[in-house]
Design a binder for this molecule. Structure first.
Ligand code: NAP
Ligand code: HSE
Length: 433
């Protein structure tokens, strides 16, 4: 039996500080589970003199990565520094030095997950990344272990806390986008560059990881259609409410037969959908399995302690595997070749807001265009636009293929009576109006 297990940290920021606190505060529990103490031996930081909100002996801090990666007493590297290319090199070096790795880095795993997992297996090392998706929610383990016997056909996720916080405050409290984004940054939910949050890239990276595991198919970041929340207006949120929907940034992954689609886009969710009541910075992932039916996983998707919980649970997983001598054997390679749906195989309802000239025959022209493409109306609202000769028309369609819908959108812009297409969103479920 080993006397103690040593971890080396790369990074001591929001997540790293939480990891150190949990290892210290829950030492009894860790010892009970693995039978020996766990120690943080070395920590890589950028600035050794920075004031930290966690107690740590200063001799453990280093700015030289080799002090961590090449320390023969360190068994597990915990990567919580972020970044992609340099971090990839550090992790590859760690694995080739037979050190197990735990990471919270979705940017890295979405791009290089497959390569890193292969190198980990070749070196009989574990590479665990539970914290990379939905912070404190154990969703990866649930997909890979809890639902291992089922065939998952649909995953819908609110997987970015920053955008959920922004949309909640905008629609419930009528607050301005910039104001709420600044608050999300101050609260530590946003990435250092929040563009990746608000433009949907952070959620797309997480959906790449979820879809790869849930569908057992190697999905790449480029396979995800992405649209962020920056173009959502107050009017869109008002109409959404009026029609019985809640606007959310939804990661959508759907399998029909052997073909899949993955997207991240603002979506009008029926108020009755379980994801519609997930508010503020909270995350949730709705998973549909053929045998289990509907399931939903809910919890804090970001923040120091919730994310650190997932990191330290992964560390425990590594240590249990060490005790059993089975490191590097748990990752299962994707079972299916990648097959993506084409636009004529993707179906949804859509919300559309357009400004048209308020004149005789305008509505008939619109109807003709939609019916030509086989896209039918489920709901329509028409109102005059104040101080203008225009009418605002809001349409919710019945199910239509993406191909037909995109053709309608393209042709709308060419119609003489159409002044502008103001907004267009995916719709999930039935509203109440
Ligand atoms: P953070 O607060 O910015 O901390 C980053 C840490 O890494 C800092 O301690 C920094 O050192 C160190 N660091 C960064 N670049 C370095 C370099 N080149 N060399 C040496 N040290 C370096 O970041 P975080 O929020 O903890 O996030 C860490 C990772 O977890 C990221 O991959 C993030 O996407 C992921 N994640 C975060 C959350 C969350 O809620 N924050 C949730 C899930 C996943 P200094 O302290 O000296 O500056
Ligand atoms: N910026 C991310 C979010 C942090 O808002 O969800 C957690 O990954």
């Amino acid at each position: 039996m080993v006397k103690s297990i040593s971890a080396g940290l790369l990074g001591l920021g929001t997540v790293g500080s939480g990891v150190v606190k949990i290892i210290e505060n829950h030492q009894d529990k860790l010892m009970h589970q693995i039978g020996c103490p766990v120690e943080v031996k070395k920590v890589l930081v950028k600035n050794q003199d920075k004031k930290r909100d966690v107690k740590i002996d200063s001799y453990k801090l280093t700015t030289n990565v080799e002090d961590v990666l090449f320390d023969p007493e360190i068994d597990v590297i915990i990567e919580v520094m972020g970044g992609i290319e340099q971090t990839r090199d550090y992790i590859l070096t760690a694995l080739r030095n037979k050190k197990h790795v735990v990471t919270a880095n979705k940017d890295l795993m979405a791009l290089y997950g497959s390569e890193l997992l292969t190198v980990a297996a070749e070196n009989e090392c574990d590479l665990f990344y539970e914290a990379s998706v939905a912070g404190g929610i154990p969703i990866l383990r649930s997909l890979v272990e809890g639902l291992a016997s089922d065939r998952v056909t649909k995953m819908m996720g609110i997987v970015n806390g920053t955008t959920n916080f922004i949309l909640t405050k905008m629609s419930k409290d009528g607050r301005a986008y910039e104001d709420v984004l600044a608050e999300a940054q101050a609260l530590g939910y946003a990435e250092s560059d929040p563009t990746s949050d608000v433009e949907g890239l952070d959620a797309a990276r997480k959906m790449t990881i979820l879809a790869t595991l849930g569908f057992s198919m190697k999905i790449d970041l480029d396979d995800v259609r992405v649209k962020g929340i920056t173009e959502i207006t107050e009017e869109d949120l008002q109409y959404s409410k009026q029609l019985g929907y809640t606007m959310k940034l939804i990661g959508y992954a759907h399998r029909t037969g052997d073909h899949v689609e993955v997207s991240v886009q603002p979506t009008l969710l029926a108020d009755s959908h379980p994801l519609a009541s997930v508010n503020d910075e909270y995350n949730a992932v709705y998973v549909y399995g053929e045998a289990v039916g509907e399931t939903m996983f809910y919890g804090p998707g970001a923040g120091s302690m919730p994310t650190a919980t997932a990191v330290v649970s992964d560390l425990l997983g590594v240590m249990k595997n060490m005790r059993l001598g089975v490191n590097g054997r748990s990752a299962v390679a994707p079972q299916y070749p990648k097959q993506l749906k084409l636009p004529d195989q993707m179906f949804s309802k859509y919300f559309l807001r357009i400004h048209v000239k308020d004149q005789v025959g305008a509505f008939a022209t619109l109807t003709a265009l939609f019916s030509e493409r086989g896209v039918s109306f489920e709901k329509i609202i028409q109102l005059p636009v104040k101080d203008s000769e225009l009418a605002e028309i809001v349409i919710v369609t019945h199910q239509a293929s993406l191909k037909d819908y995109e053709e309608v959108l393209q042709q709308l812009n060419d119609l003489e009576i159409v002044k502008s297409v103001k907004s267009s969103y995916r719709v999930e479920g039935d509203g109440s109006l």
